[in-house]
Design a protein around this ligand. Sequence first.
Ligand code: UTP
Length: 417
Amino acid sequence: MGIERTQEVMNILHKNGQEHIIQFMQTLNDYERELLENQILTIDFHQIAELYDNTKRKIEIKENKIEAIPYFDKTKMGSSKKNQLDTLGEKVISTGKYAVVTMAGGQGTRLEHPGPKGTFKLDVYGKGKYLFEILIDNLKEANKKYGVVIPWYIMTSKENHEETQKFLEKHGYFGYDKNQVILFPQGELPLIDKEGKLLIGKNKLIKLASDGNGGTFTSLRTSGALADMKERGIQWVFIGGVDNVLLKMADTTLLGLAIEQKVQVASKSIVKANPQERVGVFCKMNGHPKVIEYTELPSKMAEEITDEGELRYGESHIMCNLFTIDAIEKVSKEALIYHHAIKKNAYLDEEGREVIPQEPNAYKFEAFIFDAFTFFDGIAILRGKREEDFAPVKNKEGIDSPKTAKELYEKFWNMSH
Ligand code: UTP
C-alpha cells in the first residue's frame, strides 16, 4: 500500500515537473514523507499549471469596454441629505443588523513584521497602538454611539490563525466583548517559484499561502460565519482591511447611501492623488462595476479629465466595502479570478536547507475582493477624504509606511478632538 502510494506520488511529481520534491523526499523520515505524500495527493495540479500559465499572459483591456462610473461626494453633500442618509444607516446598526469583517489573512510581506499584521504596534502618542487595537477603538466608538455591540468577524490565514487568537486573548480583546469576536481562517493555494516549481516550507510540506482577500466570501460561507450572521439577523456586512488606521467601519452615510440607492454593494473611495498613483480605480466594464488595477489602466485613460476638471477614472478603491448578506452568499458561490503577485518567501531546497531570498521569488495567487463587484449591476460609491479615511500601513519605509500612517493618524485625531 505504502509503496504503491509512494509510486503514485512520484508519478504525479514527474508528470508535473516537480522532480525537485522527489529529491527533497530523500531527506525525510518515513513519517515526514507520509505527511508530504498525503498533502501532494490533495493538490490540484491542473489548477497549478493553469495559474502558472496565467502569470505569462498579459491581460488586455480594450478601451471601448470601459466607462466612467458615477459616485457621490460626501464632502459636497448638503447637511440635510447627509442627515437623511445617516438616519437610514443608524437604524440598521442600532437594531443589530450590522456586522463587520476584518480581512487579516494577508502575509504582510512588505511590512516585514514578524507576526500577523494586526499585531503590529504603530508608534502613536508615545505609548503606541496595535493595528487590531485601533480597529477595536473604532468599533467601540460606534457601539457607544448606537447602543449595540457589533459582531466582529476576523478572517485569518491558516498560518496566522493561532497567533492572532493568542494575541487577542492575551490583550483581553482590548475590552471588546469576546463573545462578539469570531475568527475564521481563509482558504489557501500553493506558492510557485518563477519556474513553476512548488516551494517546500519549513514544516517540510508544500508551502501554501492564503488565497487573497477575495477568498473572504467563500471562507465566510464554508467556515459557518455566514450562517452565524444569518442567525443573528444581520443584513449588512462591512468588509475592510486590517491595515488602514483611519478606516471607518460603521459609516452610516455609506450605509444609508446603499439603502437609498437600493443596491447590494457600496464602497468608499478617495480621489486619486495624481494620474500615476498606484491604486486601483472604479469604472464600469461591460456595464458592471469594476476596479481596474493601475497596471491595467491605459495611461491615456488614467489622464483623462472630465468637463468638471476631475480625473474621469479618479475614484480609488480603499478596501472599504459594504455588502448585503444576500450579496455575500451570492459571491461565495461564484469563482473569482486569481491574480498573481510576486513576493519574498523562504523555502527549503532539495537538500532540506533553508533559503531566505533577498528578492521576491514566488508567485502568490490571490482573488481580489473588488472582483466581486462584477456580479452586480449597481454599486453606490461614496467619495470620502484621504485625510479622514485612508492611512494604510503597507511598506516598511517610504509611502504607506508606519511613519506616514502615524502622521495621518495623529493629525486626524488632533483635528477631530
Ligand atoms: P494586501 O494585498 O495589501 O496584502 O492586503 P498584505 O498581506 O497586507 O501585504 P503584502 O502585500 O504581503 O505586503 C490587503 C488586505 O487584505 C488582507 C490583508 O490582511 C489586508 O487587510 N488579505 C490579503 C487577506 O485577508 N488575505 C489575503 O490572502 C490577502
